[in-house]
Design a protein around this ligand. Structure first.
Ligand code: URA
Ligand code: CA
Length: 434
């Protein structure tokens, strides 16, 4: 086989066989196929697309390029959740303990990564002592006994994706549905889940800004998952404004604690109930969405969700007393209100801009080397549709830097007010399954 022939085949719109796709991915991973040929191939895929079979084959070739996590020692159906990312998305912190508390095994592998705030692991490290450097044996036995554990990402998960994603980034080939879908699904599949619930975000703060595009991506991922034998479904949810109120690491831990008790922001709670119900059903712990939702609501009310979170923190060395005393979480030196100079109704909260402001405070990493400040971030006091009076606080800024002029300007420009009432945006647009 020659790479040049395979590039030509794709360029001419023909389908590649599994053997051909394996050849490309293996060759690229081990360095036999150079970047320039892989770039040409990615561009051919961008223009000519891939069939369902090719997408599934590409995904599995990337899965097989590195380590695959074996969760077979964990009893039950392991369901993973993946969000395509947004601003202040606290769902993972809530969903883990919430679904574990009704008996769904959650074996979560998580990363740090770049972004407006840290990844799930960074957030959990706001709890003093919390440790993800546990052995595979400890991980398996914790999930078997307590239904929930988090472990740091293995260094050698889907190396083909790592290399290809970096190449796509500099060759204008990120935005191709078969490449995005296989990239995301390869990581989830390699991480070992039996079933996958996808939260595909749409709106100004999302990777897929447009609803129709988000649906196309969701369908592509659901199809791949089911074609390779992992039950997969997707929810399309709103990211036109940040989810919940808090954007920041310790601030989101606090928000998750509130939500586990049914005292969190309503949008975050609702999304967690919807995603959680799908997870509970896929895990075989309920027959219907309604039954699953009822189980989750009960668990929030009777304290089981919260006590599962405490046990989880304690099991991994974390100080569980932060749950009852959140003031023990890292706190910022300056807590400043950004007051409205106008009155009206909030019509827009540009999530990207708010995320950037949180990152400038130090809540997230701009580069791999950046240090995260776990204490800082933003808390929204108003959301789209809310009425605002002059002098009312729009946002509470938690900062360790004194000069906030630039950040205040960024936030003020990101929040738009109008004089007539505005409807809150739809939270869940669609559900996609096979
Ligand atoms: N996120 C991923 O992991 N991969 C993509 O290709 C795009 C977004
Ligand atoms: Ca949030």
């Amino acid at each position: 086989m020659r790479m040049v022939d395979l590039i030509q085949k794709k360029r001419d719109g023909l389908s590649l066989s599994k053997e051909e796709i394996d050849y490309i991915i293996q060759g690229y991973t081990n360095g036999d196929i150079p970047d320039y040929q892989m770039s040409a191939f990615a561009m051919a895929v961008f223009f000519k697309d891939m069939s369902s079979q090719e997408r599934a084959d590409l995904t599995m070739a990337m899965v097989e390029s590195g380590d695959q996590i074996d969760l077979s020692m964990i009893e039950g159906i392991k369901v993973d959740k993946h969000s395509t990312g947004g601003v202040g998305d606290t769902t993972t912190l809530v969903l883990g303990p919430l679904v574990a508390s009704v008996g769904v095994p959650v074996a979560k592998m998580s990363g740090r990564g770049l972004g407006h705030t840290g990844g799930t692991i960074d957030k959990l490290e706001a709890v003093s002592g919390f440790n993800v450097e546990i052995t595979n044996e400890q991980f398996v036995s914790l999930v078997n006994e307590f239904k929930l554990a988090v472990i740091g990402q293995s260094g050698n998960l889907t190396p083909a994706d790592k290399k290809l994603y970096a190449l796509r980034d500099v060759t204008a080939t990120v935005n191709a549905i078969p490449l995005i879908a296989s990239s995301i699904m390869s990581k989830k599949i390699a991480a070992g889940a039996d079933a996958i619930v996808l939260d595909v975000k749409t709106g100004a703060g999302a990777f897929m800004k447009d609803l129709e595009e988000a649906k196309v991506l969701a369908k592509a991922m659901v199809e791949i998952g089911n074609n390779v034998g992992r039950q997969t479904m997707a929810v399309i949810s709103d990211m036109s404004q940040p989810l919940g109120f808090a954007i920041g690491n310790a601030l989101e831990v606090k928000e998750a604690i509130d939500t586990l008790q049914g005292k969190g922001p309503k949008d975050l709670e609702e999304l967690c109930l919807v995603l959680g119900s799908h997870m509970v059903c896929l895990a075989g712990k309920a027959e219907t969405q309604e039954e699953a939702r009822e189980l989750l609501l009960q668990s929030m009310k009777n304290g089981k969700a919260l006590s599962t979170f405490k046990t989880f923190l304690r099991n991994q060395g974390g100080d569980e007393t932060v749950v009852d005393e959140p003031t023990k979480l890292p706190t910022a030196k300056y807590i400043v209100e950004l007051e409205s100079t106008q009155e009206g109704y909030v019509s827009e909260i540009i999530a990207d801009e708010i995320g950037t402001a949180a990152m400038k405070l130090g809540a997230g990493r701009a580069t791999k080397e950046s240090e995260i400040d776990l204490a800082v971030g933003l808390v929204l006091n108003k959301k789209i549709g809310d009425q605002v009076k002059v002098g009312e606080s729009l946002v509470t800024i938690h900062s360790n830097q004194e000069n906030l002029d630039e950040i205040k300007t960024t936030i003020s420009e990101a929040i738009k007010l109008v004089s007539t009432p505005v409807k809150a945006p739809t939270l869940i647009y669609d559900t996609i399954s096979i």
